[in-house]
Design a protein around this ligand. Structure first.
Ligand SMILES: Nc1ncnc2c1ncn2[C@@H]1O[C@H](COP(=O)(O)OP(=O)(O)OP(=O)(O)O)[C@@H](O)[C@H]1O
Length: 274
């Protein structure tokens, strides 16, 4: 498989890696409704950042704003060191920041192959066969109409369509929406493979906390538009009571998301890290 990203970038002479995707002081919302006030994030090549948080925390708003589908209400977004414009989804997509939306945005009357070919950039590094290497289940239904596929197969196709757009960074919004946990358990490792084998930086919004932390490198918990907790996925997974406290701080009971709780002591610092 060809490598779809440029080599890791570093500032000349410093050896410091430039993140593929960086947001600084990001503000986001829906017109007068302010959802995110000032959020910083960085995602490096070949890594997965999990974005967790209760319903209404602002996760989808964050992804839509990064993707340019909503205008920023402050701050800046850089992709491979280049500042992205606000509210210009086509420009942002061409630059290599690609959103896989939670509704999957598929052409249900067309086949799997047609859906991929329509999305594929003419000069894309990944071929149709490369995509089938990552998603072997799609090979078995390449010529079937998408409307007849299972939810899990449709989600694979949505990710495949994202990949053939030659992303430097992929924003995946709630891939588990409407899927049984056992299906999600099979899909999330593919996200890990995407990061490892293509070098793409991934932002993964996910409501299955434990599963997300298994495949992510770093994670943050968004609560009411602010980062309540962040750290390496390993550290967060080892501090479930801090996770639970972050969720419950938003009245997480009844939020509809998987309760991450456990008896370990909370270890949250003032800046949200564990
Ligand atoms: N089109 C809109 N107009 C006004 N407010 C909106 C709109 N879409 C979302 N919101 C509000 O923005 C806030 C954040 O919503 P968002 O969908 O980003 O949260 P989320 O974390 O993705 O939630 P979920 O896990 O339920 O998908 C919520 O208070 C929501 O009501």
């Amino acid at each position: 498989m060809n490598d779809v990203t440029a080599t890791a970038q570093s500032r000349p002479g410093t050896g410091i890696r430039t993140p593929v995707l960086a947001a600084m002081g990001l503000g986001a919302g829906h017109g007068p409704v302010r959802v995110i006030r000032s959020l910083d994030l960085e995602v490096h090549r070949g890594t997965v950042l999990g974005v967790l948080g209760p319903n209404g925390a602002g996760k989808t708003t964050l992804l839509m704003t990064l993707a340019g589908l909503l205008p920023r209400q402050g701050g800046s977004v850089r992709l491979a060191g280049t500042e992205l414009p606000t509210g210009r989804p086509a420009v942002v997509n061409r630059a290599g920041l690609v959103l896989v939306p939670d509704d999957r945005a598929l052409f249900t009357g067309l086949t799997v192959r047609q859906n991929i070919e329509i999305a594929r950039r003419r000069d894309a590094a990944l071929t149709f066969d490369d995509v089938l290497d990552l998603f072997p289940a799609l090979a078995r239904c390449a010529d079937r109409a998408v409307g007849s596929l299972s939810g899990g197969e449709q989600q694979m196709l949505a990710m495949a369509r994202g990949l053939v757009q030659d992303p430097k960074a992929l924003l995946i919004d709630e891939m588990s929406m409407g899927l049984a946990p056992v299906i999600v358990e099979g899909l999330l490792p593919i996200v890990r493979r995407i990061a490892d084998e293509t070098g793409v930086a991934v932002v993964l919004v996910e409501q299955h906390v434990r599963l997300a932390l298994e495949v992510a490198d770093e994670a943050l918990v968004l609560v009411r538009g602010a980062v309540a907790l962040r750290g390496t996925a390993r550290d967060l997974a080892a501090a479930p009571s801090a996770l639970e406290a972050a969720y419950l701080g938003d009245g997480g009971a009844g939020s509809g998301h998987e309760p991450p709780g456990s008896p370990a002591p909370a270890q949250r610092q003032e800046d949200g890290t564990v």
